[in-house]
Design a protein around this ligand. Structure first.
Ligand code: PGA
Length: 249
């Protein structure tokens, strides 16, 4: 695991964009699973600029949705697909046919999750997983407890996640209580995981994820055993990095 601690959020976002650009240069048809949430927005803005300037070619990428609320249609403003479309897909000129959705509006959500896992397997797994860290240690919506072999599935959100996500939608009442999430098994098997963490509010959970016991109670702690992980954090989230974990960009 490499840990990269940057001075502040803009620097973190540029460093993350450099890493992602490197992956796309090496593999223009890479399979990416991408987080929504606030943390990766600076990264996505950097990648959008590079797309407009012709520095990266996104036309052959394949994108997988990380998570979605259960029961929302695409015209619902809370749909995470819409969020991904607005901040990532459209700014990076990625077309619909390049995207594998996690359909929150499927008639049979359990079967839709199994079909998603089959699609990931047929694609040969994820090359790059761009993930954020939930205040309860979740990855995607793999809420605690989630084991390292958890498949893509429907999950009930913890009160902590509902509280945390209320900031996106105005109030807790607006946050759906169930969601679909890409499973731990394929996320941990990604050829490269990029975990982005920013802000003081993530300080304690980041320390537990990186240095605490590996446990389903902190799903992100399984990253300690994943094959290739780069954790990029700003100093607010990691003021005193453990020397043993410091890597290089
Ligand atoms: P955030 O969300 O990037 O908005 O903090 C992270 C998460 O809850 O997974």
């Amino acid at each position: 695991m490499d840990l990269v601690v940057e001075r502040d959020y803009p620097t973190l976002s540029r460093a993350a964009a450099d890493l992602v650009t490197g992956v796309l240069m090496a593999k223009p048809d890479a399979r990416l699973v991408v987080a929504t949430g606030e943390t990766p927005l600076g990264l996505y803005r950097n990648l959008a600029d590079r797309t407009v300037r012709g520095q990266i070619d996104t036309s052959r990428l394949r994108i997988f949705q990380l998570d979605e609320y259960l029961g929302l249609t695409l015209d619902d403003s809370r749909s995470l697909y819409r969020w991904m479309r607005d901040v990532f897909l459209e700014p990076l000129a990625i077309r619909d046919y390049q995207v594998t959705r996690l359909p929150g509006d499927a008639a049979n959500p359990g079967e839709a999750c199994r079909a998603y896992d089959r699609a990931v397997e047929q694609a040969g797994g994820y090359d790059l997983a761009i993930l954020g860290l939930g205040p309860n240690g979740h990855l995607g919506f793999n809420e605690p407890p989630s084991g390292d072999d958890a498949p893509t599935r429907v999950i009930t959100l913890t009160p902590e996640t509902v509280r945390s996500n209320a900031r996106y939608w105005g109030s807790e009442d607006r946050v759906p209580r169930q969601a679909l999430t890409a499973g731990m098994k394929h996320l941990l098997a990604a050829r490269h995981v990029l975990l982005l963490v920013s802000g003081q509010g993530k300080r304690e959970i980041l320390a537990r994820a990186l240095e605490g016991p590996v446990t389903p109670d902190v799903p992100a702690s399984f990253l300690q055993r994943a094959q290739r992980v780069t954790v990029m954090s700003d100093r607010d989230a990691m003021p005193t990095p453990p020397v043993s974990l410091m890597g290089e960009v």
